[in-house]
Design a protein around this ligand. Structure first.
Ligand SMILES: [Zn+2]
Length: 470
């Protein structure tokens, strides 16, 4: 059996001198609390503190990074327990799912998933041999046994991971009952929500018309008019704020924004609500609502996050059989300079607004995003996201964005994950990569070491708290 050991210098520069600087920058920030301002953990975990079911349900079935790689190499999603839309049978034996995963673990060599999972195996479960077919049962038994103990319940792990605060993401249509249960339980862990209105903002969303009706009901507003629709958002935002939300999240296909006269908004909303909007009108509606969200954010203080550029469910056969979020989302080229202009023309100079931009199109870092964030007071750059939440993605981000945007127009790290156990690993990768980047600046005499220490602390802790008001 091969050993599993995490090297203390992992991700640090290979040359001795820069590596020594990186080590010294990393040592004081390594143990800082985790501030997780955007992610997709399930608030029910923290509300009810039930044990996680089994190794497969915890680590494989919900992880679309894992699913996409397995699928790309011919593993059927039925074989790893993904439920089908039509209810036809899939594998339900978690040990069988784990065995298939172990047989394919070599596929993850060189990927961030491999680094995160190895961290979970070694640091969370104390396993010291590599996952491969011959150790599949050893792994399954060790993880399964651990999950049955109190130390591996969600709240105990939350404390062990030194999480100061974590944000989940809920749609406008969520009752936030789990968040209420967390507050009512008296538990001290800080779990807040974030307002994600996509299901009632995107006319192309599944069930949009029904969503609107439910939205009006939950908000107690008549959403048959544009004015009532906007009031419903204001109402729901206030409800989310009472559950601790400090941010909104917008997962649009593009960064398009609009600022139409009121009469045009009313006419557009009528078409959208009647289900008559064509492709261009749907885009116009999303863009107009984004500008309305900015207006509301100035009033209620919520920080906006815009996550454009994912072509969701690119594989129609997979979508039909298994539904969305199964690893078939693909990045598309993005444009920010012209698309954001209507919103920025109106609100770009407001001191009370923060709009955090993410991208899946790395070309935009140096050409568009760093210049925009390096000028407009409302703009900040979110960390490398999703496909770029990786050591090389982080390196490219710092290399392309820092000289124009600086460090202080960035907002620390987002793990953006549902894979709860991997959260410390993801933040640790970001801390190490930032220290590696700063070490190079110090070694090249572009930044003094005492300043690099301050920046390392800001990137790991201060900037995220400030940007997200946490
Ligand atoms: Zn997200």
């Amino acid at each position: 059996m091969a050993a599993l050991a995490l090297h203390p210098d992992r991700l640090f520069p290979a040359d001795e001198r820069t590596r020594a600087i990186a080590r010294s920058l990393y040592a004081p920030i390594k143990g800082l609390p985790i501030v997780s301002p955007h992610g997709h953990t399930d608030p029910a975990w923290f509300a009810y503190d039930q044990p996680f079911a089994n190794p497969a349900d915890l680590l494989i079935v919900p992880d679309h990074y894992v699913l996409r790689m397995l699928y790309s190499q011919g593993v059927k999603l039925e074989a790893v327990g993904i439920p089908t839309v039509d209810g036809s049978p899939t594998q339900t034996d978690p040990r069988a799912i784990w065995t298939i995963f172990a047989a394919h673990y070599h596929l993850f060599r060189g990927t961030p998933s491999r680094a995160w999972l190895d961290w979970v195996f070694a640091e969370v479960f104390g396993i010291d041999v590599r996952l491969e077919p011959s150790t599949a049962d050893l792994y399954y038994d060790a993880i399964d046994a651990a999950l049955k103990t109190p130390a591996f319940r969600p709240r105990a792990l939350f404390d062990r991971f030194n999480i100061e605060v974590i944000a989940t993401t809920e749609s406008s249509l969520d009752s936030l009952d789990h968040h209420k249960a967390i507050r009512d339980s008296g538990w001290k862990g800080r779990v807040v929500t974030a307002y994600r209105p996509d299901p009632v903002v995107d006319p192309e969303a599944i069930g949009f018309t029904d969503n609107l009706a439910k939205f009006g009901e939950m908000a107690g507003e008549d959403v048959s008019t544009w004015a009532g629709y906007l009031r419903a958002h204001e109402n729901r935002r206030a409800f989310f704020r009472r559950a601790g939300a400090t941010s909104t999240d917008h997962g649009h296909p593009t960064a398009f924004t609009a600022d139409l006269p009121r009469a045009e908004c009313e006419a557009l909303y009528a078409r959208v609500r009647a289900g008559k909007a064509n492709f261009a009108e749907a885009e116009l509606f999303r863009g107009q609502v984004l500008t309305e969200m900015a207006r509301m954010a100035i009033d209620d203080g919520m920080v906006m996050q815009l996550h454009p550029g994912a072509y969701r469910s690119h594989n129609p056969a997979l979508l039909a059989r298994f539904g969305p979020d199964k690893g078939a989302d693909i990045p598309v080229a993005a444009e920010f300079v012209r698309n954001l202009k209507p919103l920025l023309d109106r609100f770009g100079n407001e001191s009370a607004l923060t709009l955090i931009l993410f991208t899946l199109d790395e070309d935009t870092y140096s050409r568009e995003l760093a210049p925009l964030a390096g000028h407009y007071p409302v703009l900040r750059l979110g960390p490398p996201w999703w496909f770029h939440d990786s050591p090389e993605g982080m390196r490219r981000f710092r290399e392309r964005a820092t000289e124009t945007g600086g460090f202080y127009n960035t907002v620390g790290f987002n793990d953006d994950t549902r894979a709860f156990l991997s959260i410390p690993a993801r933040h640790d990768v970001a801390r190490r990569m930032d220290c590696a980047f700063l070490a190079r600046l110090v070694a090249e005499h572009r930044l003094e070491e005492d300043e690099a220490h301050e920046v390392a602390h800001a990137l790991a802790y201060d900037l995220v708290k400030k940007a997200y008001k946490l």
